[in-house]
Every structure is written in C-alpha cells, then in structure tokens.
Design a protein around this ligand. Sequence first.
Ligand SMILES: Cc1cc2nc3c(=O)[nH]c(=O)nc-3n(C[C@H](O)[C@H](O)[C@H](O)COP(=O)(O)OP(=O)(O)OC[C@H]3O[C@@H](n4cnc5c(N)ncnc54)[C@H](O)[C@@H]3O)c2cc1C
Length: 391
Amino acid sequence: MRTQVAIIGAGPAGLTLSHLLYLQGIESVVLELRSREYIEHRVRAGVLEQGTVDLFRSAGVADRLDRECLVHHGIELLFERRRHRIPLTELTGGRAITIYGQQEVVKDLIRHRLEAGGQILFEATETTLLDLHTSSPRVRFRHGGEIHELQCDFVAGCDGGHGVSRTFIPPGAVSVYEKLYPFAWLGILAEAPPATDEIVYANHERGFALHSMRSPRLSRLYIQVPRDEPLERWPDDRIWEELRLRLGTDDGWTLNEGPIIEKSITAMRSLVTEPMQYGRLFLAGDAAHIVPPTGAKGLNLAVADVRVLAEALTAWYREGRDDLLAAYSTTCLRRIWRAEHFSWWMTWMLHRHEDEDGFLQRLQISQLRYVCTSRVAAASLAENYVGLETV
Ligand SMILES: Cc1cc2nc3c(=O)[nH]c(=O)nc-3n(C[C@H](O)[C@H](O)[C@H](O)COP(=O)(O)OP(=O)(O)OC[C@H]3O[C@@H](n4cnc5c(N)ncnc54)[C@H](O)[C@@H]3O)c2cc1C
C-alpha cells in the first residue's frame, strides 16, 4: 500500500487533516483503532471557536452543523450564588462560540471523507511507525486479521492523548511539559432541556460545576470530583443533588432534570510536547498537547494544528518548499501555549483547591469580581474564549 500522508487516528485532528489535504489534491489514508460506531458516539467536547466553524464552512463540511448548531453570544460566571454575564460577542467585535457535539463533528467529517472516496481503515490495530527519519517512512498495522504495510511521504500522528505515535520518537528528541491536577470532571449527558440559554461556569465552595448543552433537548453538566474518584460512588440522585447545590442561585432558578444517558469521569491535565515533529512524523491535536477542558480549547487546538500542517504539506507538494514544515512546531506552539495558559487560568479560578485557610478562595472571588466588573478584564477572557485570530 502507498499513500502520500499516513494519518494515525480518526478524531477531529486526523479527519480534518485528511479532508483539507483532499481539497488540495493530496492523498491520505486514515488508520483508526476503534470502530466507526464507537467514535461516532464518543461524547466529548462541544464548544467550537469562531475560527473552527469558519474553517469547517470554508472546507464545505458545515452543512449539518449550520442547520443544527446553537450559536452563543455570551457565557455566565456564577459565584456567591449570583450569575454574571460575559458578553462575548460585544467584547470581541462580533465573534461567537458554537455549540455542536464533537461526535457530530466526527460523523460529518467521516461522511464527507467516505463520500469523496477517502480511505479510513477502522479497527486498525498494532500500529507501528518505521523509518521516520528517512524520506520514505512506513506504517505497519493489523487490519482484517492481516498485517499490512503503508508506505508514505509523511506520517501525521493524530491519535490523541493515549495514542502510540508519540512513543516512536526516541527519548531525548522531545521535551514534555506536564501538570496534573488533583481533581477530575464527572460529566453527564441528560435528556433534559437546558435550564439556561448560555453556558454557566460555577465556582462553589463544594467545588466547580458547569452547565452546558448539546441541543435544545440535551443538557451537558459537569462537577468537580477528586482525581481517581470511582464512578460507582456517584448514583444519578447524588449527581443531581450536587448540581442543584453548586449551580443554585438566590433568584429562584431551577435545574431541569431528566434521564442520564451518558456518565464518565475525565482526569484533568495540561501537557505539551516540544517540538511536535520528528523527521517525517508530525504530531497534531491531543497527541501533542492536552488542556484541561475548562477553557474549551482541546478540539479547537486540534483543528488549528492541522490547518497549519495542511498548509505546510501543500507548500511542500505544490512548490517543493520545506520552510513551512520546518516551522510547523514553532507556529503551532504559539497558539498552544496561549491556550494552555488560558485553560490553566480558568481552571485555577473556578475549581476548589487545597486551601486550608481560605486564602486561595478569596483570591478567586477577587479575580471573578474583577472579570465581571472590568470591561478590560472581561474582554481578555472573551477574546481567549472565542479564540484569538492571531497569537
Ligand atoms: C469530557 C471532555 C470534554 C471536553 N470538552 C471540550 C470542549 O468543550 N471544547 C474543546 O475544544 N475540547 C474539549 N475536550 C477536548 C477534546 O475532546 C479533545 O481535545 C479532542 O478530542 C482532540 O482531538 P484529536 O483528534 O486530537 O484527538 P481524539 O479526538 O482523541 O482522536 C484521536 C483518535 O485516534 C484514535 N487512536 C488512538 N490510538 C490509536 C492508534 N494506536 N492507532 C490508530 N488510532 C488510534 C482514537 O480512537 C481517536 O479516534 C474535551 C475532552 C473531554 C474528554
């Protein structure tokens, strides 16, 4: 088997890259560990930055997104039982965020790739990357019970935070910067109309909570729990009770409840791999960096990376230029570190930390009041949240 670009992983990064390359006449094969059914139903992110939506539109894959998405012009910060609105659109010269589930993005991209004759090999296992430091790398994998070898010009490692691509870079060739948080998010998807028009981020003495949504009928809610918390400790009734407490306000607002159709715990960490390339291997998305979900940046960074990578590969194939490929890591890392800082900052400001005398809590409330009363501070949050155009 031979292709121009071998893409490992059919998440938002890998599928978007494959589609952008196809638009430039560059061939790719996508190898995905899981089944199509599995990845089309994996509930994860749901907040798309303006730039992500603009890219999907210009790439012609936003037809269903435009019909079904919810556009939001603000978010709310809740502390001391009162909500404060951050008017994102007003503060950013007209930009907005779009609510559309990551699994829907994945479904759309898979459909567009397959309709255009794109090759996605699902349930490809035992992926091994070979000869990455040569001009003709190879990918060996098992598919349909047989071992195959894919020859290519480049390998794009888009296989997420638990993927294998990164492990084929020799120790010492990259540095990894990492921060683990002592808490996690317990997230639910519930068949209940959202009880809020905009996303609510809550700082509460019992811990962080988030009220988000996926559609007019589906609510997406999260609570901060200790790291390594067993899911069995959280029967549905206990989750709703905690959400009612942490999201409660003094104005009589009530939470809409309904059957929980998905429940999971996500560990929180920040991680950056530098550089994001080794020989002919280019890492993109969660394979290269992780952010805690508080800033809603992971999916958006994945798409931003592959936009840069697709442009660099196009310049290589069309004009024989390798300067953009050489600069890939440096270009992406500017946006990545900005998003890492923003995600860390939002996480710090909103979660309950080890804080014996309440010093940190007082700093958090002071910061929240500042963000909600100073137009400059609010604008800084807003421009980071909707996504910076240039970094
Ligand atoms: C609970 C939760 C909430 C989140 N909320 C948000 C949010 O609101 N906004 C936001 O922007 N981001 C959010 N994120 C982050 C976002 O989901 C990720 O950043 C995003 O999935 C990254 O896309 P990716 O394509 O890089 O990786 P992934 O989506 O992880 O895709 C990687 C793919 O590679 C496959 N794979 C793995 N190993 C192999 C292998 N060996 N061979 C072949 N294939 C392999 C995987 O099965 C997967 O399909 C959230 C994440 C979680 C977990």
